[in-house]
Design a protein around this ligand. Structure first.
Ligand SMILES: [Zn+2]
Length: 211
């Protein structure tokens, strides 16, 4: 669901929003939008400060000014979340399969690892699956690499592992954009990477030993 404008959040907090709009904001907050919750908390602090401080009366225009300033800050700027679909640009397994086909002596040994590179506007995403001996489990190590000046930090970005429309697991990228999922069942997954500006989707990603 799209985030309501900051003005509506403020009016909602002050109980001044019209009924229909108010319901929209309430539902959005109930859905658990972290960004709006944080904005609401921040706006609440401003309201409390302005109501407690009797040394001078802060006029409505000043509050609106603060809201405008807040909105102009890059990390809080209200902009539509871009939904990006990353495309596969390299797959080690694909290359290996081609090699198998070409070589008559190739053993039927299933490959244990798989390395893939996905690309989308602004980001490269590296994935490496490593099969765990004798188990239908694999480790996934990935790295999100911003490839433009616009997206310099991916530290703390959330990566979700989805399967059959259900979230199976989630991890956080470290300061280098590296994330890990340990011992996930071999299979096909969707990866959802949630940055401040974008939602990057890696769809139908097969692990190294997916059937
Ligand atoms: Zn929101």
């Amino acid at each position: 669901m799209k985030c309501p404008p900051l003005e509506n959040l403020l009016e909602h907090a002050r109980g001044l929003l019209a009924e229909t709009e108010n319901a929209t904001v309430s539902n959005h907050l109930l859905a658990g939008c972290v960004r709006c919750e944080e904005n609401l908390r921040w706006l609440g602090e401003v309201r409390q400060l302005t109501s407690q401080d009797r040394s001078f009366d802060i006029p409505e225009s000043a509050i609106q000014g603060m809201v405008a300033w807040f909105k102009s800050q890059p990390s809080h700027a209200r902009q539509p979340l871009r939904k990006l679909i990353a495309s596969l640009s390299f797959d080690s397994l694909m290359n290996r399969q081609v090699a198998f086909v070409r070589s008559e002596t190739a053993a039927a040994q299933p490959p244990n690892g798989r390395q893939m590179l996905f690309q989308t506007e602004g980001y490269d995403i590296d994935l490496r699956f490593e099969g765990i001996e004798d188990k239908p489990l694999e480790d996934l190590i990935g790295q999100i690499l911003p490839n433009s000046q616009l997206h310099q930090t991916v530290s703390g970005v959330t990566v979700q592992l989805w399967q059959n429309e259900q979230e199976k697991s989630s991890a956080q990228a470290d300061s280098l954009g590296v994330f890990r999922f340990a011992q996930i069942p071999s299979g096909i997954y969707d990866l959802k990477i949630q940055t401040a500006e974008d939602e990057i989707n890696l769809l139908k990603v097969s692990t190294a030993r997916a059937a």
